[in-house]
Write a protein that binds this ligand. Structure first.
Ligand SMILES: NC(=O)c1ccc[n+]([C@@H]2O[C@H](COP(=O)([O-])OP(=O)(O)OC[C@H]3O[C@@H](n4cnc5c(N)ncnc54)[C@H](O)[C@@H]3O)[C@@H](O)[C@H]2O)c1
Length: 443
């Protein structure tokens, strides 16, 4: 049974924070506080690979730029997110965390954040939709000044169901492609009530997190729940955006015959020139062994595709929402359904074929694996922390729109990451700078 806890927690000195010893009460709804020991070790493990965030944390501890700010964050509750939450807390903020997906929470991490770091968490892996939304409402009860979203559910609930909470919000951030799309639609309709920074759009976020993070962790998720052999498989990737490119290249690296489906002709050409086969989903459905959607769109795999799939086809999603695969239709087409392994549902169709759906169609890298490696989330969450600091200073000058991460912050994250990797690069000479700024010199 999930433990609804209202715990007295003493802030402890940890090996990577400078928290001091006040006693406070944090309200939380996590699965089991007894998991906290394991969660703490895993949070510390991730911290070792998050050098950029560590350097921001040092600065935050010294200057407390977020002092007095209440932050409600709706993010995947993972070891990396824990380190972000600790950094924000060390910057002076009062942070509450809820899940941005019902299946992505790491229960041991949630427990440790509550017990060891005095951070309120409302998140339980496998929570039903009602609990998921009640947790978002609990995060809004915190009366945030700043919202942090991954998929824009927090801001959507605030704007539609909790307008009382909106008045105190000065600004927000958004982590992923799908959330940015939703927020831009809100701004276009004139309903967005405060400025939001699209962290996803920073170069040091999508070029690495979406591509290399999703690429590796999605394959990790597929393998952990099926133990299937990628080599020699016909691996269908739907969507050749940042995530799709990463996934296709990792699958190819493991020996798969990669097939890409797209709706954008330019991206389709890119996929071909990168060495993949490109075809419609209808054609791919006849030959694919493993299908993964990463489009941010809905019903990318539907009835007409299930009808063509081979017996034993594996279907998964790594896009933000569980709408990319038309699961209600698959349910209707099936004569029976059973769980065969953890995160694997076997659908028996009326003609005898079986289709295996992974992780209930939710992002498989977080449902069945641990999400992206910490060293890549280091850059994403460094952008988050610096964007929040920027918003606290500058929100009064910003309209109620979606803004990019300021270029100087994006560049600062890149520079710090490179330094942490022990690499040095060349600098422009004065002569080169002048040459690049002029038009007069030719051959
Ligand atoms: N699993 C994760 O951890 C993770 C990480 C980052 C992003 N995401 C999510 O993954 C999704 C994709 O993100 P991205 O950054 O790659 O976006 P993107 O915009 O770069 O790429 C999406 C691609 O899908 C294509 N597409 C749209 N509809 C399609 C359809 N019906 N069939 C085939 N292709 C179609 C688009 O043309 C585009 O090329 C989003 O929902 C995003 O929020 C998930």
């Amino acid at each position: 049974m999930p433990a609804k806890v209202s715990t007295k927690v003493r802030k402890k000195e940890t090996n990577h924070t400078m928290a001091t010893g006040t006693v406070t009460q944090v309200k939380s709804d996590v699965k089991n506080l007894d998991l906290a020991d394991q969660g703490k070790k895993r949070i510390e493990w991730a911290n070792q690979s998050m050098k950029v965030l560590q350097s921001i944390r040092k600065d935050f501890i010294k200057n407390e730029p977020l002092k007095g700010m209440r932050i409600s964050a709706c993010l995947h509750v993972t070891t990396e997110t824990a380190n972000l939450a600790i950094t924000l807390r060390d910057g002076g903020a009062d942070v509450v965390l809820c899940a941005s997906n019902p299946l992505s929470t790491q229960d041991d991490v949630a427990a440790s954040l509550v017990r060891d770091y005095n951070i309120s968490v409302f998140a339980i892996k496998g929570e039903d939709n009602d609990t998921y939304y009640s947790h978002i409402l609990a995060a809004l009860d915190h009366k945030p000044h700043i919202t942090m979203d991954d998929g824009a559910d927090l801001v959507t609930i605030a704007l539609t169901k909790r307008q009382d909470a909106v008045t105190g919000i000065i600004a927000g951030t958004e982590e992923t492609t799908t959330g940015v799309i939703r927020l831009r639609a809100m701004a276009k309709d004139g309903v967005l009530k405060y400025p939001i920074i699209a962290v996803n759009d920073a170069d040091t976020k999508h070029m690495f997190d979406n591509r290399y993070g999703t690429g590796q962790s999605t394959i990790d998720g597929v393998i952990r729940c099926t133990n299937t052999l990628i080599a020699g498989s016909k691996f269908v990737v739907a969507g050749y955006g940042w995530c799709g490119k990463g996934l296709a290249s990792r699958a190819k690296g493991m020996g798969a015959d990669v097939i890409v489906t797209e709706i954008n002709p330019t991206r389709a050409i890119e996929a071909v020139l990168d060495g993949n086969r490109v075809m419609s989903m209808t054609e791919a459905s006849k030959i694919g062994d493993i299908f993964v959607t990463v489009t941010g769109n809905k019903s990318v795999i539907g009835k007409e595709h299930f009808e063509l799939m081979k017996d034993g086809a594996i279907v998964a999603n790594s896009g933000h929402f569980n709408v990319e695969i038309d699961i209600p239709t698959l349910e209707k087409m099936a004569s029976s359904k059973r769980a065969t392994r953890e995160f694997v549902d076997e659908y028996s169709l009326k003609d005898g074929r079986k289709i295996y759906l992974l992780g209930e169609g939710r992002l498989i890298n977080l449902a069945a694996a641990e999400g992206h490696p910490a060293s890549v989330m280091d850059m994403s969450f460094a952008n988050q922390a610096l964007s929040v600091e920027y918003l606290v200073k500058n929100h009064k000058n910003l309209e109620h729109k979606v803004f990019p991460v300021p270029e100087e912050l994006d560049k600062r994250v890149a520079k710090l990451k490179l330094e942490s990797m022990g690499m040095k690069i060349d600098r422009l000479t004065p002569e080169q700078e002048e040459y690049l700024a002029s038009w007069s010199e030719g051959t």
